[in-house]
Design a protein around this ligand. Structure first.
Ligand code: FES
Length: 163
């Protein structure tokens, strides 16, 4: 994927077609192909889903139902700040569900989604390897631990002000 002068992501269809080539006519490869496609493009907009459906020989509805079922897949580009909140066991018992609720409420999105201004995307992950500091989230590659709902919101506000 590359960016044009306005910063908007441009999809490289030649590269995408190259990726799809070995899977033509193989409906059973759908999930694997969607993973690889998201790695390549960064997200799975409708025009990309159509391309995948045509190549594998499945309906667009089938592609869409897989994309919407797995929170790992995103139909919007990732935000400038990628939030990964841990819901592994240690973080869960120390309150990550409340932190998640607050972040979702504050940003107006659900896990797996991105804000319309393109600033934040949110995903829920399993164990970030810092259980003693739970609840933990990373924003891009920076870890923030011992979260409380209000503390998490304050941290995100700090990122917003960097822009
Ligand atoms: S369970 Fe959250 S960092 Fe390990």
């Amino acid at each position: 994927m590359s960016s044009c002068c306005c910063g908007e992501a441009k999809i490289d269809y030649a590269e995408l077609d190259e990726l799809l080539k070995p899977y033509v006519g193989q409906p059973s490869a759908l999930i694997e192909v969607l993973h690889k496609t998201q790695e390549l493009v960064g997200y799975l907009p409708k025009e990309v889903q159509i391309r995948v459906a045509e190549a594998l020989g499945v309906s667009l509805g089938e592609v869409y139902s897989v994309v919407s079922f797995y929170s790992h897949f995103s139909v919007k580009p990732k935000g400038k700040f990628k939030i990964s909140l841990c819901k592994g066991t240690a973080c869960y018992v120390k309150g990550s569900p409340e932190v998640l609720d607050k972040i979702q409420e504050q940003l107006g999105i659900k896990a797996g989604d991105s804000t319309d201004d393109g600033l934040f995307s949110l995903e829920v992950v399993r164990c970030l390897g810092a259980c003693g500091l739970g609840p933990v989230m990373t924003v891009n590659d920076h870890a923030h631990g011992l979260l409380k709902p209000d503390k998490a919101v304050g941290i995100l506000e700090g990122y917003r002000q960097q822009v």
